[in-house]
Write a protein that binds this ligand. Structure first.
Ligand code: NDP
Ligand code: 2IT
Length: 479
């Protein structure tokens, strides 16, 4: 509404001094005519073009709004190169049919996606999500986030994401293999070790990556690091399984330290019970903290004695069972149906399940219960309103693209090992990971300070991630 007022030359030419000043806060003069701010112009276009993709719009909204100070400082340069329009439009999006046969001989058809979003700083890199909720908008939001996350790692990887609405839950190994083989039969035409390197995400773990790798090799006839998160016997990296959860704790510890707190002795609420959540709990315990919750899509567990990670691994990684089985095996653990993890009193909250799982009311409960920090293990688990509330109430907030970047960073280390046909020790990979996470925190912190936004790690991470990609895009011309 404000922008439309400023398009109206009447207001500009005849408006009061106050109106003119108000307009100038967000708009700039261009050839004597008031123009809409570049960020607003692009946001409006993106909203129009992608109206049916709320998660994608949410991600773009957050990033572009927090980039305002950088864009305003370079407005003409970026506008003349249509930098933001290019940044918000995937280079390529591939959508394909995935037919497969179940154990009863019935044929199913799922949809497969790969969104190759931005290759300015390296080959596309990002996971494959297998979950019934997957649609193009979700893959686009994840691919868009991945651009900045990958840039923040300091490693040469561009942004991409893929997946399918296939649900691996309740399927036999043979059904999962049938699906993965069919999925890769099409996907293999578009990926490669120097072009696009997928990995795991929700529903895609070591088993699925193995089946996909086998099918890629069989069809393409090349043994290359086309996927990461591979098994150790065929090119995987030590510490990749642990990397996202461990990295989350390394960054959280650094953020706390730099704000006068320590991790040791803190009580932590964790959501999710998958790859990220399990290894976040494991590292938290190693660093002297106490995770007391985990959750899945049906309910959550409060374990006041601290989460038993070995039991959690047995229930989730080996038996692929529900959390009720975890609760049954623990004397004092309570199982609750539905949502509720954020109602538990904690010092630190680590959302590690999925997007938009920490809502405004949850943020209010966390702050009221004395939570000092929220660090995102999942991608965009906190809604925009909840994020703003936490920041306004002085809860330290680490955005996923910084705090969960350890997974993709270690994937890039797996790519390096595959290229040199060597394997590094666990300690070497883990210490590189630790270094990367500490650097990500400081780069985000410094970028925020540079633009007068001290402590706003959302803006800092977006700015630090954006600057490198923007430089590379400008240097490479209109493409
Ligand atoms: P997993 O599939 O291993 O685990 C996902 C967990 O989240 C499960 O406990 C699952 O419960 C729960 N979950 C998933 N969807 C929902 C939902 N709609 N509502 C409630 N709970 C849900 O995935 P990951 O641990 O790998 O991924 C978790 C998050 O971390 C995702 O946002 C992912 O994008 C992000 N991420 C993952 C990285 C990785 O390396 N794996 C790297 C960076 C980010 P249930 O089993 O009942 O479905
Ligand atoms: O969201 C993510 O960063 C991942 N799912 C990991 C991607 C990767 O390529 O390791």
């Amino acid at each position: 509404m404000h922008a439309k007022r400023c398009y109206n030359r009447g207001v500009v030419e005849n408006g009061t001094a106050l109106e003119r000043r108000f307009c100038r806060r967000q708009e700039i003069f261009c050839k004597g005519v008031i123009q809409m701010a570049y960020v607003d112009e692009v946001l409006e276009q993106v909203r129009k073009k992608n109206a049916a993709e709320p998660e994608f719009l949410q991600a773009v909204d957050e990033v572009l709004n927090s980039l305002r100070p950088v864009i305003e400082a370079n407005e003409e340069k970026y506008r003349s190169q249509a930098l933001l329009e290019r940044l918000c439009e995937p280079e390529r999006q591939i959508k394909f049919r995935v037919p497969w046969i179940d154990d009863q001989g019935k044929v199913h058809v799922n949809i497969g996606y790969r969104v190759q979003f931005n290759s300015a700083i390296g080959p596309y890199k990002g996971g494959l999500r297998l979950h019934p909720s997957v649609n193009l908008g979700i893959i686009k939001f994840l691919g868009f986030e991945q651009i900045f996350k990958n840039s923040l790692t300091g490693l040469p990887i561009g942004g991409g994401k893929g997946g399918s609405d296939f649900d691996p839950k309740g399927k036999s190994d043979r059904e999962v293999m049938n699906f993965c083989q069919s999925f890769m039969t099409e996907l293999c035409k578009y990926i490669g070790a120097d072009a696009d390197v997928p990995a795991g995400d929700i529903g895609t773990g070591a088993r699925e990556i193995g089946y996909m790798f086998g099918q890629y090799k069989r069809i393409r006839g090349v043994y290359e690091g086309v996927l990461t998160g591979k098994g150790l016997s065929y090119g995987g990296s030590l510490a990749r399984t642990e990397a996202t959860g461990y990295g989350l704790l390394y960054l959280t510890e650094e953020m706390l330290k730099c704000n006068g707190h320590e991790l040791e002795g803190k009580t932590i609420a964790v959501s999710g019970a998958g790859n990220v959540a399990i290894y976040a709990c494991e590292k938290a315990i190693q660093l002297g903290a106490k995770p007391v919750t985990v959750s899945d899509s049906t309910g959550w567990v409060y374990d006041p004695d601290g989460i038993d990670v070995n039991l959690l691994k047995e229930v989730k990684e080996v038996r692929r069972a529900r959390l009720t089985e975890y609760a049954r095996a623990r004397a004092n653990a309570q199982y609750h149906e539905g949502r509720g993890v954020w109602s538990v009193r904690c010092d630190i909250a680590l959302p590690c399940a999925t997007q938009n799982e920490l809502l405004l009311d949850d943020a209010k409960m966390l702050a009221a219960n004395g939570c000092i920090a929220v660090a995102e293990g999942a991608n965009m688990p906190t809604t925009l309103e909840a994020t703003r509330y936490l920041q306004a109430n002085h809860v330290l907030f680490a955005p996923g693209k910084a705090s969960n970047a350890g997974g993709v960073a270690t994937s890039a280390l797996e790519m390096s090992q595959n290229s040199e046909r060597l394997s590094w020790s666990f300690e070497r990979v883990d210490s590189r990971l630790q270094n990367i996470m500490v650097n990500i925190f400081h780069n985000a912190d410094e970028a925020a300070r540079k633009y007068g936004l001290e402590g706003d790690y959302v803006a800092g991470a977006n700015i630090a991630g954006f600057e490198k990609v923007a430089d590379a895009m400008l240097a490479q011309g209109i493409c």
